[in-house]
Ligand binder design. Structure first.
Ligand code: HEM
Length: 507
């Protein structure tokens, strides 16, 4: 009797499960029909349950610094939108501008960042870069007003960091790797802009508080990519070095915030606390104090912006100088444009009017987008407009929880968007007379409501650095015969660094 009751109970569970599955199947089938969805292309895989082979291939490509090119080949083989299974998870991959626009703008609310908060939280807390929904909206409203032209255009403070950089460059033609110096430069300027105190890593002593902060931030940040690849398993791993690095970073920033809070009283909030000289220096933290005095919120937002803004700008400079050192034709045109300034340091308006420099930055971010790929997670059943059926133009179904990844790197190299010379570095393609209008096919700074808030800041800083280096050095040559290879962390820099020799101008 007991046996048959157990059997009956089990049967009820199984039937219940089957009914639920059937109901779900019918619901999804209706949804697909309603939206005219057709299946997307699936890449050939020996098995589609775990997808271990694809995982192994990806790991191998990553070790060989060939992940992006391997991905490009997969798009050539399978079209602009396809799916694959990796470690038990289905990924939709796309380089179709219509699909990317749908994820980032048209159906923005259907997608979120997934587990970014879990992976990045221990370092970054809850700020503009790590949150979704109402919390993100609040962060964005807090942060965005601090990126107006007036703040971005202040180049005087930045010049002092450029001077430190220049003092570290050999003038006797010996070889120097520019890449680590660019990373130090952007850490110094970002900390100055955000905290009002630069860590001056270009000149700081080893073991000093500032140097330890820089090192800890680098270490913690380097682990974030690994943590995001672990997905939900991240909670199972303990990494003492990472935990200690986060603690050091937090203590350093908390001290600065505490001092700023002490210096400014709530009643002074409308005034700047930083007025030392005639012209008040812009400090992000000071401005934030007008909206919040919560130390944790201040720390989180500052670190979110430091992370979003530091490596990206350094990577843009590194990739650009990697090309400049190998392309005397481009260097000569840049030199000619910079020489029209007759040695005057450029201001914001001057930089904006330097056409060739602008084309150069655009082209660098096209072929070497420093955020080369990204992903969003569907938070409800939804649809992408293209990629389904034999024609690959029908809508495709995206189920709740599904990952949609897009590769800016590959999209920016599509010959049907950029022409037959898409793989060639040619700044002139951005001249208006060429009529290039890639729309959502060009996305170095993302698009839609989460578009990069630091775009103008980054372009101003990278352009200014480039001009000032050309004003100081009239010759640049590569000291490394190897081709560009990727260096992927959260951003994309040069795998072999930027080893160059420089010829100083005669004074
Ligand atoms: C060449 C330099 C830069 C590039 C290519 C770049 C690119 C991007 C991209 C692609 C995103 C979207 C990330 C995502 O949603 O997953 C983003 C977001 C962001 N960027 Fe930038 N960025 C650069 C420099 C900067 C700088 C200098 C700052 C600040 C000083 C900054 C601040 C931010 C912030 C706060 C976000 C998050 C915006 C949000 O989610 O609402 N970025 N950036």
């Amino acid at each position: 009797m007991a046996f048959s009751l157990y059997t009956l109970g089990g049967l009820v569970l199984v039937v219940g499960y089957l009914i639920q599955q059937l109901a779900n199947y019918i619901r999804v089938a209706r949804f697909k029909k309603q939206h005219k969805c057709e299946p997307e292309t699936q890449i050939p895989q020996p098995e589609r349950i775990i997808g271990y082979k694809l995982y192994k291939t990806q790991m191998e490509a990553s070790k060989n610094k060939n992940l992006l090119e391997a991905g490009r080949q997969r798009y050539i083989d399978n079209g602009n939108t396809w799916s694959g299974i990796m470690m038990g998870r289905k990924f939709i991959n796309t380089i179709d501008p219509e699909n990317v626009k749908t994820i980032l703008a048209t159906n923005f609310k259907d997608f979120g960042l997934g587990q970014r908060q879990e992976s990045f939280g221990p370092l970054l807390g809850q700020g503009i870069f790590t949150t979704d929904g109402a919390q993100w909206e609040h962060s964005r409203a807090l942060v965005r007003p601090n990126f107006t032209k007036a703040q971005v255009a202040d180049l005087d403070t930045f010049e002092s960091h450029i001077q430190r950089l220049i003092s570290k460059l050999p003038r006797d033609g010996s070889t120097v790797d520019l890449q680590p110096l660019f990373f130090q430069l952007t850490l110094d300027s970002a900390t100055e802009f955000l905290f009002g105190e630069s860590v001056n890593s270009l000149t700081s002593q080893e073991g000093s508080e500032q140097e330890v902060f820089g090192r800890s931030f680098d270490l913690a940040q380097a682990q974030l990519g690994k943590r995001s690849r672990l997905g939900k398993l991240v909670h199972l791993f303990r990494d003492k070095e990472f935990d200690q690095a986060c603690k050091t970073v937090h203590q350093f920033v908390d001290n600065i915030i505490l001092k700023a809070l002490e210096r400014s009283q709530p009643k002074d909030a409308e005034k700047s606390i930083d007025g030392k000289g005639e012209k008040e220096r812009y400090v992000f933290l000071t401005e934030m104090l007008k909206s919040t005095r919560d130390p944790k919120q201040l720390r989180d937002e500052l670190l979110n912006i430091l992370l979003a803004g530091r490596d990206t700008t350094a990577s843009l400079l590194s990739n650009t100088f990697h090309v400049l050192a190998r392309r005397p034709d481009i260097w000569a045109k840049l030199l000619a444009e910079v020489d029209q300034l007759h040695g005057e340091k450029p201001d914001y308006e001057t930089l904006r009017n330097m056409k060739y420099l602008k084309y150069l930055m655009n082209e660098s971010l096209r072929l070497y987008p420093v955020v080369p790929g990204n992903a969003r997670f569907a938070n409800k059943d939804t649809v992408l407009p293209r990629g389904g059926g034999l024609s690959r133009t029908s809508p495709i179904y995206i189920s709740k929880g599904q990952v949609v990844a897009y590769s800016t790197y590959v999209m920016h190299r599509r010959p049907d968007i950029y022409g037959p010379d898409a793989a060639h570095f040619r700044p002139e393609r951005w001249a208006p007379e060429e009529g290039l209008r890639p729309g959502w096919g060009y996305l170095p700074f993302n698009g839609g409501p989460r578009i990069c808030v630091g775009q103008q800041f980054a372009l101003t800083e990278a352009s200014y650095t480039t001009v000032r280096l050309v004003q100081e050095f009239c010759g640049l040559e590569s000291r490394d015969a190897r081709e560009w290879v990727e260096q992927l962390s959260l951003t994309m820099a040069c795998g072999n660094g930027v080893k160059v020799g420089l010829v100083p101008r005669e004074k």
